[in-house]
Design a protein around this ligand. Structure first.
Ligand code: AMP
Length: 249
């Protein structure tokens, strides 16, 4: 079974985002970019499926500017077998990404597509669901456990009241939650080996997808600064303050 893993290049999660002075977006000039953390978890899960003998090939895909190659090389160094870069300088919205992934699914016929539950730049949490709708495949979102048996996958998901386990037929779409696994670091020999693994470069047009934006960003602003808290001496003072605010009786 082939596993397709879409990986996005995003602002590194350790970097504090700075909003551009003109309010048009987040400043990405000269800041560290990395693979979206949920996508690292997706790559790790695909590798574990391969180690278990369930998956036979892992194909990493990224849609974005030329530098997304670095993200794909990271996936290859972790253990993916080959990569596809769909190169564009346009900012591609989730629907555009999902349409390109659908076309790649038609071509590659994967048994499973494992995506992150969300990309931490825009926090959309849409692409996996849209891909499932476009392909008509079953979807298991926010997976904390994935098990493949025969032509079925069962996905344990974190829901408000606890855990829910769903089972559906392959091919299917799964999106990862934080607790699914802990991604491995790529070793130096594997980083070297990744340089010679195949990486195909395509364009959105090759898949017949128009990626022109349907959304307009009106303004991006920093969150309001939190006002300083007040230290209280004891519980009595805390209760008195809460009463004054009408929060306690
Ligand atoms: P989103 O819906 O934007 O929050 O993204 C959810 C997931 O879709 C990500 O974790 C990735 O697995 C995948 N994805 C989104 N955008 C891209 C992209 N440009 N290239 C590759 N994968 C993407």
């Amino acid at each position: 079974m082939k596993v397709l893993v879409p990986v996005k290049r995003v602002l590194d999660y350790n970097v504090k985002p700075r909003v551009k002075a003109d309010g048009t977006g987040v400043d990405l000039a000269n800041v560290k970019m990395s693979m979206n953390p949920f996508d690292e978890i997706a790559v790790e899960e695909a590798i574990r499926l391969k180690e278990k003998g369930v998956a036979t090939e892992i194909v990493a895909v990224s849609i974005g500017e030329a530098k997304s190659q670095e993200t794909l090389r990271t996936a290859l160094a972790m253990g993916a077998d080959r990569a596809i870069l769909v190169q564009t300088d346009d900012k591609v919205e989730p629907l555009g990404v999902a349409k390109i992934l659908k076309a790649i699914c038609d071509e590659e016929q994967p048994g499973l597509v494992i995506l992150g539950k969300q990309a931490i730049d825009d926090d959309n949490n849409q692409t996996g669901q849209m891909l499932a709708a476009l392909t008509g495949w079953g979807q298991g979102t926010f997976a904390s456990k994935v098990e493949v048996e025969g032509d079925k996958v069962s996905v344990t998901r974190e829901v408000d009241g606890g855990l829910e386990t769903d089972s559906f037929t392959l091919p299917a779409v799964v999106t990862t939650d934080l607790r699914l696994n802990e991604p491995r670091y790529a070793s130096l020999p594997n980083i070297m080996k990744a340089k010679s693994k195949p990486l195909a470069t395509k364009a959105p047009g090759d898949y017949g997808v128009d990626v022109s934006p349907r959304l307009t960003t009106l303004k991006v602003v920093e969150p309001a600064k939190r006002t300083a808290g007040v230290k209280v001496a004891d519980v009595d003072e805390l209760v008195a303050k809460l009463k004054a605010l009408g929060v306690a009786k």
